[in-house]
Write a protein that binds this ligand. Structure first.
Ligand code: FAS
Ligand code: PHB
Length: 397
């Protein structure tokens, strides 16, 4: 039986970042991942990193490519009623910014750092089980190459995403799940064309539905349009996508959209989800394993980063200072921040999307709220400070 201090389930952003934070503190850890590394890298997801996230990446020594290739954004833009308005995020938050840098690249950098430090990651682990985490000798069991393997550990970190095994292993009576499913999805495309808005993410509310203009680099664009939940990717030709995107933007920006063949096209459902608590004896949930937000507020990946910042700090206190204080307060600290991000993501999604009952009155109310927002310094500041990410100790006494 292999032994380690922390067994991490999942080699997505949560697991990889936690692994690097623990390694930096001299805490042994093993990551057990169901898929191959290539499969993990093939998932096209988030694109906007909060300053807390970029600071963590630099803290664990994977900031070089981020600093060279990431694009710093000082503002965002809101489109509604055929007009476009900039929100000066940098000015409204005393200089904070967000950085456009794809989750795929962040994951690639973390994978390279992990293998560069010869840290153990088990890919293609099948039938992963988490055992005895409610006692003081937790174990992880998995199958690989026809063999059954076991890892003895002090703690298990459930970084295995929304469909993972860790949360699913918790007895129903020990966990409370809160969920809201939205009546639409996001059709997202990647295209190797220059982004229409290279220095600001554009969020568009239109009578035809929501649209978003983002990027992965100065030569690679990322766009989304709201679509019905029962749409299929094959229903959307490239031409139909580009036409629809332009219809949802203001005329000036629509005229500048550079189109081209899409290299990735997928439809993602939108949901808000939180599982409470995030700790079960010696097993801790982090990232999508514990919560999901609609991507509107660009919070999913960033919440995963703040969870593992709290969790790594708790483990460091346990081993270095021989105190369980951080471990005992982990769930409450995370959930205070998670619920504020859930609220912000729900609010922005509700404001920007067309719901089945939006109709004429609902559209006019959304436009009125947006007109109030862009002309109210206090409401714009509220949007800006949530968008860049609230401080890790926000509201703590
Ligand atoms: P992940 O799901 O990324 O990683 C979990 C890992 O655990 C995976 O590699 C999985 O293979 C592995 N795993 C699962 N079950 C396992 C098991 N039984 N045993 C071992 N390993 C197991 N966020 C944004 O901020 N902006 C966006 O635009 C955005 N778009 C998204 C689009 C989609 C389709 C999805 C699904 C999510 C999107 N997100 C977005 C959120 C996303 O970026 C997540 O927040 C982020 O991936 C969270 O990282 P992890 O918590 O590591 O979970
Ligand atoms: C992205 O670039 O994928 C992205 C950007 C901002 C969001 C959501 C997704 O709010």
């Amino acid at each position: 039986m292999t032994r380690t201090q922390v067994a991490i389930i999942g080699a997505g952003p949560s697991g990889l970042l936690l692994g690097q934070l623990l390694h930096k503190a001299g805490i042994d850890n093993i990551i057990v991942e169901r898929q191959t590394g290539e499969y993990v890298l093939g998932r096209i997801r988030a694109g906007i990193l909060e300053q807390i996230t970029t600071d963590l990446l630099r803290e664990v020594g994977v900031g070089t490519r981020l600093d060279a290739e990431g694009t710093v954004h000082h503002s965002i833009e809101l489109v509604f009623a055929g007009t476009r308005h900039a929100i000066d995020v940098h000015g409204l938050t005393n200089g904070q910014v967000v950085t456009a840098y794809g989750q795929t690249e962040m994951t690639r950098d973390l994978m390279a750092a992990r293998s560069g430090a010869s840290l153990p990651t088990v890919y293609e682990a099948a039938d992963v089980e988490v055992l005895d985490y409610d006692g003081d000798k937790p174990r992880v069991r998995y199958r690989k190459d026809g063999q059954t393997h076991e890892i003895a550990c002090d703690f298990i970190a459930g970084c295995d995403g929304f469909h993972g095994v860790c949360r699913a292993s918790v007895p129903k009576g020990s966990i409370t799940e809160f969920e809201k499913v939205y009546p639409f999805g996001w059709l997202g495309v990647l295209a190797d064309v220059p982004p229409v808005s290279p220095h600001a993410i554009v969020y568009a509310n239109s009578e035809r539905g929501f649209a978003l203009c983002s990027m992965r680099s100065p030569t690679r664009s990322r766009y989304y349009v709201q679509c019905p939940l029962d749409d299929k990717v094959e229903d959307w030709s490239d031409q139909r996508f580009w036409d629809e995107l332009r219809r949802r933007l203001d005329p000036e920006m629509a005229s500048r959209v550079i189109t081209g063949p899409t290299i990735e096209k997928s439809i993602a459902p939108l949901r808000s989800f939180v599982a409470e608590p995030m700790r079960f004896g010696r097993m801790f949930l982090a990232g999508d394993a514990a919560h999901i937000v609609p991507p509107t507020g660009a919070k999913g990946l960033n919440l995963a980063a703040s969870d593992v910042k709290y969790l790594s700090g708790a483990f460091i206190e346990y081993y270095r200072d021989k105190t369980s204080a951080g471990i005992d307060s982990y769930s409450e600290r995370c959930l205070r921040r998670v619920w504020k991000a859930e609220r912000f993501s729900w609010w922005l999604t509700t404001l920007m999307h067309r719901f089945p009952d939006t109709e004429g009155f609902g559209q006019k109310v959304q436009e009125a709220e947006l007109d109030y927002l862009v002309n109210s310094e206090s409401l714009s500041r509220s949007l800006a400070e949530n968008y860049v990410g609230l401080p890790l100790n926000f509201g703590e006494r």
